[in-house]
Design a protein around this ligand. Structure first.
Ligand SMILES: Nc1ncnc2c1ncn2[C@@H]1O[C@H](COP(=O)(O)OP(=O)(O)O)[C@@H](O)[C@H]1O
Ligand SMILES: O=P(O)(O)OC[C@H]1O[C@](O)(COP(=O)(O)O)[C@@H](O)[C@@H]1O
Ligand SMILES: [Mg+2]
Length: 497
C-alpha cells in the first residue's frame, strides 16, 4: 500500500462528526492463539469512553472518545506496513519500553516486519533523534531482537531533541521513505508537532496513520489520566525526599530542601509530597506564595523549626518564578522548542532562607539543598510504568492498524482510548488548587495556603462554568471545562481507503 502515489485518490468518507475510512482486511490477531479464543478480546468499533464520569442529573453527557484496542478488521495489510518511531522532547522513564512494545506489538501481533527508528545511523555525521531525526540520511531498522533488552535502560535508544520542527521537510521524509504508520512519542510540544504533521499528511492525501503516545514526567498533558514516566518520577523523588529528611533530622534546625521538575505543572512535587508524609511544605507553580510577613514562608519555617526541630521543603522548578524575576533580571529566554527557560528556584530559595535567618539572628538554621532533577528523569521505568507503557504502545498499534489517524492514545477514566490531537492540544494539565487533592496536600503538610480570602478562586464548576483561573486548567475530577466538551469528536475516525 505505502503512501498514496497519486493514481487512486484516498477514499475519505465524510461523516457527520468527522471523516471515516472503511476497514478492509480481517485482523490477523483473529488467528493469533492469544487472541483467537475469546471474542471479547476485540473491541466493538462503536465502543466509546466518556470523558466525564461524574455527572449531574439532567446534565449533558459530554465528550466521548473511541475506545482503544484490537478491531476484528484492520485497514493495513501486514506486509504493506512500513512504520517509523520517533522520540521527542525531554527524557522520561519508559521511552525505551514504548519503543520496544511498538516494535514487538507490530511484529508479533500483526506480522509487521518493517519498523524504522527515526534516528541517524551515525550520530556523529547526521542530525540526532527527535523531529530533527527525520532530516538524517539514514534511519535504523528496529526488530524484536534489537529492542529486546532496551526497556531495562533509561533514556531513549533513538535519541531525542528539542526544536527543529519543519513540517514540510518531515512529511517529505515520511513520503520519500514510503512510511505509512508514524508513531510519535513525546510531550505536549511533541503532540502539537504531531498534529501539524497529521494535517500536512491529510493535505497531501497520503495514506499514512499518525499516532501520538503521551510522554512527560511533568504530567502536563490534558484529557488523559496521566502520562507515562510520571509514576516512576514520583517514586524516584522519594529517595531525594528521604535523604532530605534524614539530613535535616540529624542536625539542629535542619532544613532539607528538594527541587523537583515541573516547568508549569506541579504534579511531581504534589504527588511526591503526598506519598512521602515527611514533607512540611510543597511549593508549586500553580499556587503562588510569598516569603516575608504574616502567613509567609519564613514565618512558617520558624514556627515549624520551633515545633519540630527540622523540616523538609519540596519545590517544583516552576514555582515562585514571579518572585525570582523581581530580584533577578527577568529573562525571557526560551529553549529550542519555545519552552520558557526558568531561573533556578532551588538555589534562589535556599539563599533567601539562609539570608533571612542570618539577618534575623533569632535562630541559626542548617539548610541542605538537593537537586535530583536529571537523576529522576534518566532512570528506567518502574514496574507500573512498564505495564502502562506496554498498554499505550499496543493501543497505538491497534489504532494505527485499524486505520485510525490523528490521535493520541491514553487512558481516560481508566479506559484507553483514541483522542483527537486537537483535544490534546487545546489546553495544559495543571494542578487545580480548588480541587480536593490540593486540600489533601495542605492538610498533610500543614503549610499555609498563602492565599487570602479575597484571592480565593471562585469555583463555579457546579454551575458548569470553566474554572476562573488564569490558565486553561484541566481538573482531575472531571468536572471542569464542561463548556468545552461537546460530542462532535465521538465518531471522528480516519480510515484510509
Ligand atoms: N506548536 C508546535 N508546532 C510544531 N512543533 C512543535 C510545537 N511545539 C513543539 N514542537 C516540537 O515538538 C518537539 C518537542 O517539544 P518540547 O516542548 O521540547 O518537548 P515535549 O514534547 O516533551 O513537551 C520539538 O522538536 C518542538 O520543535
Ligand atoms: O533541560 P531540559 O532537557 O530542556 O529539560 C528540562 C525540562 O524537561 C522536563 O523534565 C520535561 O519537559 P518535557 O516533558 O516537556 O520535555 C521539565 O520538567 C523540565 O523543565
Ligand atoms: Mg512539554
Amino acid at each position: 500500500m505505502g503512501s498514496f502515489s497519486g493514481n487512486s485518490p484516498p477514499k475519505i468518507v465524510h461523516g457527520e462528526a468527522g471523516y471515516v475510512l472503511e476497514d478492509t482486511f480481517p485482523n490477523p490477531l483473529q488467528d493469533n492463539t492469544a487472541y483467537s479464543v475469546v471474542k471479547q478480546y476485540f473491541v466493538n468499533v462503536d465502543d466509546t469512553v466518556a470523558q466525564k464520569i461524574v455527572v449531574h442529573k439532567g446534565s449533558p453527557r459530554g465528550t466521548h472518545f473511541r475506545r482503544a484496542g484490537p478491531r476484528q478488521k484492520v485497514y493495513f495489510e501486514s506486509d504493506e506496513v512500513r512504520a517509523c518511531i520517533v522520540t521527542c522532547g525531554g527524557l522520561c522513564p519508559g521511552l525505551n519500553t514504548v519503543i520496544r512494545e511498538i516494535v514487538c506489538g507490530l511484529h508479533h501481533m500483526y506480522g509487521v516486519k518493517k519498523v524504522l527508528g527515526i534516528d541517524a545511523e551515525d550520530r556523529l555525521l547526521d542530525a540526532q533523534g527527535g523531529y530533527r531525526g527525520f532530516y538524517a540520511r539514514n534511519t535504523i531498522a528496529l526488530t524484536p531482537k534489537t529492542v529486546n533488552d532496551i526497556h531495562k535502560r533509561g533514556g531513549t535508544v533513538l535519541g531525542t531533541s528539542r526544536g527543529g520542527h519543519d513540517t514540510g521537510k518531515i512529511v517529505d521524509s515520511i513520503q520519500d521513505r514510503g512510511i505509512n504508520q508514524v508513531y510519535i512519542i513525546g510531550g505536549d510540544g511533541t503532540q502539537r508537532g504531531a498534529s501539524v504533521i497529521y494535517e500536512e499528511i491529510r493535505r497531501r492525501g497520503l495514506k499514512v496513520a499518525v499516532a501520538g503516545i503521551p510522554k512527560t514526567i511533568d504530567n502536563d498533558i490534558p484529557v488523559i489520566d496521566k502520562s507515562f514516566g510520571f509514576d516512576t518520577a514520583v517514586e524516584e523523588a522519594q529517595r531525594a525526599i528521604n535523604a532530605a529528611h534524614v539530613e535535616s533530622d540529624s542536625i539542629e534546625n535542619g532544613i532539607g530542601l528538594v527541587k523537583l521538575m515541573g516547568r508549569y505543572s506541579g504534579y511531581i512535587a504534589m504527588y511526591a509530597t503526598l506519598a512521602s508524609r515527611d514533607v512540611d511544605c510543597c511549593l508549586i507553580p500553580e499556587s503562588p506564595f510569598y516569603l516575608e510577613g504574616a502567613g509567609g514562608l519564613f514565618e512558617y519555617i520558624e514556627k515549624r523549626l520551633k515545633e519540630n526541630g527540622h523540616m523538609v521543603i519540596v519545590i517544583a522548578e516552576g514555582a515562585g518564578q514571579e518572585l525570582l524575576s523581581e530580584v533577578l533580571r527577568t529573562s525571557h529566554q526560551q529553549d529550542a522548542s519555545g519552552n520558557k527557560l526558568l531561573q533556578d528556584v532551588g538555589l534562589w530559595i535556599s539563599q533567601s532562607i539562609k539570608d533571612h535567618f542570618s539577618r534575623q539572628k533569632k535562630m541559626a538554621i542548617n539548610l541542605k539543598y538537593i537537586d535530583p532533577t536529571y537523576m529522576i528523569r534518566a532512570i528506567p521505568s518502574n514496574a507500573s510504568d512498564n505495564v502502562y507503557c506496554t498498554l499505550l504502545a499496543q493501543s497505538a498499534v491497534h489504532g494505527a492498524m485499524a486505520g485510525y489517524t490523528g490521535f493520541t492514545v491514553g487512558p481516560v477514566n481508566g479506559r484507553h482510548c483514541y483522542i483527537p490531537f486537537y483535544r490534546i492540544n487545546e489546553g495544559q494539565h495543571y494542578v487545580v488548587i480548588t480541587d480536593r487533592m490540593w486540600a489533601r496536600l495542605l492538610s498533610s503538610t500543614n503549610q499555609p495556603s498563602f492565599i487570602t480570602a479575597k484571592d480565593v478562586i471562585e469555583d463555579s464548576r457546579d454551575e458548569e462554568e470553566p474554572p476562573k483561573t488564569p490558565k486553561t486548567q484541566m481538573s482531575d475530577d472531571n468536572s471542569a471545562d464542561d463548556k468545552l466538551m461537546v460530542n462532535k469528536d465521538v465518531n471522528e475516525r480516519a480510515v484510509i481507503g
